[in-house]
Design a protein around this ligand. Structure first.
Ligand code: DQA
Length: 142
């Protein structure tokens, strides 16, 4: 059975309470439950951190423990060469997910370091983007 790490960056612990007009009303626990229901044929490791180094540690851990990574790096998307480098050291498929359509928001959100490594990028589909990203990764792993 494949193992997929689903990693979430800063402020996503506030999902459902944080700017619901942009990010919707589902909580991160709801998203985790949806992912577990959808991925009956994969082992899901679902995590969130507000700290860049913790995310880097988890991506490094995934080198040995995961077959694919689905990541919403949140604000670190637009700033973090460290997360890009960690993902570049991971050999399996990487899916970048954003709940909102970052391309239709402020200019500083248009650039993503993570997209330089991601094999698939999903934006603007709400939390459905996690399920679509997961389905893409499962299909890719065969
Ligand atoms: C986000 C978009 C980012 O620009 C923002 O910093 C987030 C969430 C999204 O899921 O739409 O925190 O990654």
């Amino acid at each position: 059975m494949s193992t997929i790490y689903i990693l979430n960056g800063p402020n996503l612990n506030l999902l459902g309470k944080r700017e619901p007009e942009i990010y919707g009303h589902d909580t991160l626990a709801d998203v985790e439950a949806m992912c577990r229901t959808a991925a009956t044929d994969a082992k899901i490791e679902f995590r969130q951190s507000n700290h860049e180094g913790v995310l880097v540690d988890w991506i490094q851990e995934a080198r040995d423990k995961a077959d694919a990574i689905v990541i919403n790096p949140a604000a670190y998307t637009h700033t973090s060469v460290a997360i890009l480098d960690a993902l570049s050291a991971f050999e399996g498929p990487v899916v970048e997910v954003h709940i909102s359509d970052v391309h239709k928001r402020e200019k500083f959100r248009h650039h993503s370091y993570v997209s330089l490594r991601a094999d698939e990028v999903i934006v603007g589909r709400g939390v459905q983007g996690y399920l679509d990203g997961l389905a893409w990764a499962i299909e890719k792993l065969g």
